[in-house]
Design a binder for this molecule. Structure first.
Ligand code: WT7
Length: 655
């Protein structure tokens, strides 16, 4: 812990030591594909040494319309995977399963927020996708065209994506919670001329007027030729003659016969916009073959998927998690996926637990932000429901605070289910650092070890690997199949952002350290690192220690300029139900952090808040909190905020 200042300023210090270890249970390991750490290590070493062999073998499990001639063609920063190969993603997610017993297996089990239920088999899903692909063609969509999808979480959202894939159109899904302004930006950047949307969708008992947002976005736009509208809510909407058509009406004109396009392995599959911490959203581009192999293989190994699993990923299709682990990964594996349209606390905060019990969910994949909300709402909501069908849990999106991990483990997994804490990014397409549930000993808070084929390392500012225990920049030193192929329309930004910071490697933007077992601990985005009196501290660690205080539900930590220390620590804190803000509690919490991490991390200021400002995907918007903490006025893009009123409250200092 006592490091010299000069050394400390180069790396990120780590003070929070987590010693609880959870090994996979013997009966879980026995049935798992990868059943021991030794087996993982052997296969990982092989996969990094001979990626051609490993990825070639995985790719062979999929259906190729023409086999590739070369696994990888790599000229930094441009990768081509499965060169010369031809395939179709929708064939791999659908047609491939129709020949055997999976044909009448449930592909999607759906429940709407108001409670409607639908079960769609692989055969039915195939039929619907073919029909919608024909609708797209009928409306002028051709191979390579971009199609913007702005839908509620209904099966038709997945159908629209797979239909695009079937004819080689490039989908760009815009999260249904985004505004008209976001649609406008993404339309302009992607050049999409066709939009697939719905009259509305349900969220917390309200109807979100999706079509109306599209109408606003299209004011003054004559580039968009067609809007295809799915009827979900019966909301009264405007139909623009000559431009807008109803999905159900179009169905009358098409057959269920739609041969799949034979697409080059590198043919673009989709663009997904992700908001950088500053500036305009980047259109992350993914290709067909590599992305499908990456999501297929990771779904298979990380969730150790079995034929009889009922798999539930709670992400919306508007995020990469929804693309990779609600649609492409699980369907390519022939899994049964639960899809739920609405909010976790509608009509009551037990909706998720009720869904798990009703459908016998076996694998449950969600986000730390949701877990902290469940903790805040209280344990009694879980106790009413039978969660014994669960066998595996997973998290994604941000570092999980050890206390949240323990809560998830105890209250949801009943100390029986392994937890896979999966680290990855929109850009990586698939899991990169993650436990394998039958093999990897887990400690709460670490995403543990690299997935097969992934060469991850932690380096200092000069690009040299740092010793174990020290923090630095997380990089990936070799290409992997599901890596992004670029930023749509911006070659220079692609190279600059990802391949220039550290020579020869992909820079993730995250800070991390490794412990003596080699586990990777993500300490947060590099931009979020605090520098307090020459000590670099990861925000994630300070937040974790805050959340380990019994009164704290959620916390966000930012720095503010401090004449003496360089930066002071400001903590925004929301309390668990039943706890009241007050000066005494502030002092207790500050002391608690000082004891857990050290006096250096003791917050200079604690600000209680009702809610924290978050992006729609649940990430805390530290940039805005920084401005508030530093007393500046708010600037920059706030289109991804969950609740703007939260910000005004915070900046007024309301408690
Ligand atoms: C960033 C990527 C990957 C799908 C959802 C987010 C953070 C993500 C973890 C994890 C620690 C995590 C990282 C990463 N992150 N998963 N398991 N542990 N941090 O996708 O919006 O592209 O964000 O999310 O900071 O760089 P995204």
């Amino acid at each position: 812990m006592s490091k010299t200042t000069s050394k400390a300023s180069k790396t990120i210090e780590s003070h929070l030591i987590e010693n609880r270890v959870f090994k996979p249970a013997a009966d879980f390991s026995k049935k798992a594909r990868i059943g021991s750490l030794a087996e993982y290590r052997k296969l990982h070493a092989e996969s990094v040494k001979s990626p051609d062999k490993f990825w070639g073998r995985e790719a062979k499990e999929l259906h190729w319309l023409r086999k590739w001639t070369k696994v990888l063609d790599w000229k930094l920063p441009n990768a081509k995977w499965f060169v010369g190969g031809k395939l179709n993603a929708s064939v791999n997610c659908l047609d491939r399963h129709l020949e055997g017993p999976r044909a009448n297996k449930a592909a999607i089990i759906w429940e709407g927020e108001p409670g409607e239920k639908r079960v769609i088999t692989y055969r039915q899903l195939h039929r619907e996708v073919c029909k919608f692909a024909n609708i797209l063609k009928r409306n002028g969509v051709k191979k390579g065209d971009r199609v913007l999808v702005y839908m509620p979480l209904v099966p038709e959202a997945a159908i629209a994506m797979l239909a695009c894939a079937r004819i080689g159109a490039v989908h760009s899904v815009v999260f249904g919670g985004f505004s008209a302004e976001s649609i406008k930006d993404r339309l302009a950047d992607s050049g999409a001329r066709v939009i697939v949307t719905a009259d509305g969708g349900y969220r917390r008992g309200q109807i979100v007027s999706l079509k109306q947002n599209v109408d606003h976005a299209l004011k003054g736009n004559d580039a968009v030729k067609r809007v295809i509208v799915f009827r979900r809510t019966n909301l009264d909407i405007h139909i623009e003659p000559g431009r807008d058509v109803w999905w159900h009406r179009e169905l009358e004109y098409v057959s269920a016969d739609c041969p799949a396009e034979h697409l080059d392995s590198e043919h673009p599959l989709f663009i997904l916009y992700t908001s950088g911490s500053t500036g305009k959203p980047k259109g992350i581009l993914h290709s067909t073959g590599g992305y499908l192999v990456g999501t297929y293989a990771s779904t298979k190994y990380v969730f150790d998927l079995k034929e009889e699993d009922v798999y539930w990923c709670t992400a919306d299709i508007g995020w990469i998690t929804g693309h990779s682990y609600l649609v492409y990964g699980p369907l390519a594996n022939g899994a049964t996926c639960l899809m739920y349209e609405g909010a976790p606390n509608w009509p009551e905060p037990d909706r998720f637990w009720k869904l798990i019990a009703d459908y016998g969910v076996t694998i449950f994949y969600t986000a730390p932000t949701a877990i902290r909300a469940f903790m805040k709402w209280g344990d009694h909501y879980l106790q009413k429901h039978d969660l014994s069908s669960l066998r595996l849990l997973g998290t994604v999106g941000e570092p999980i605070n050890p206390e949240a991990w323990m809560w998830f483990h105890k209250n949801v997994g009943h100390e029986r289910c392994p937890i896979v804490d999966t680290w990855w990014q929109t850009e990586t397409g698939a899991h990169m650092i993650t436990p394998l549930p039958g093999a990897t000993p887990c400690k709460p808070g670490t995403a543990t070890l690299p997935f097969f084929g992934i060469d991850a390392a932690i380096v200092d500012d000069q690009g040299n690997e740092v010793p174990h225990g020290e923090g630095g920049k997380l990089v990936i030193r070799k290409p992997w199949p599901s890596m992004l192929r670029g930023i749509w329309g911006d070659k220079t930004r692609y190279r600059k952002q990802y391949w220039s910071e550290v020579k020869g490697a992909y820079f993730t933007g995250d800070g991390a350290r490794r412990d003596k077992e080699g586990n990777f601990w993500i300490v947060g985005r590099i931009d979020d690192v605090l520098n307090v009196a020459g000590h670099r501290l990861g925000t994630a660690e300070v937040e974790s220690s805050l959340v380990s205080h019994p009164s704290v539900a959620e916390a966000a930590v930012v720095g503010r300029p401090d004449e003496i220390k360089g930066q002071g620590v400001v903590a925004f804190v929301t309390l668990r139900s039943g706890h009241r803000p007050g000066e005494k509690l502030k002092e207790q919490i500050r002391k608690h952090v000082a004891e857990a991490i050290g006096p250096i991390a003791k917050p200079d200021e604690i600000r209680f808040a009702e809610m924290l400002p978050k992006t729609r995907s649940g990430k805390i918007m530290r940039r805005l909190l920084k401005q508030i903490a530093g007393g500046q006025s708010l600037t920059g893009d706030t289109s991804t905020l969950e609740d703007l009123s939260v910000l005004t409250k915070l900046s007024k200092g309301e408690e």
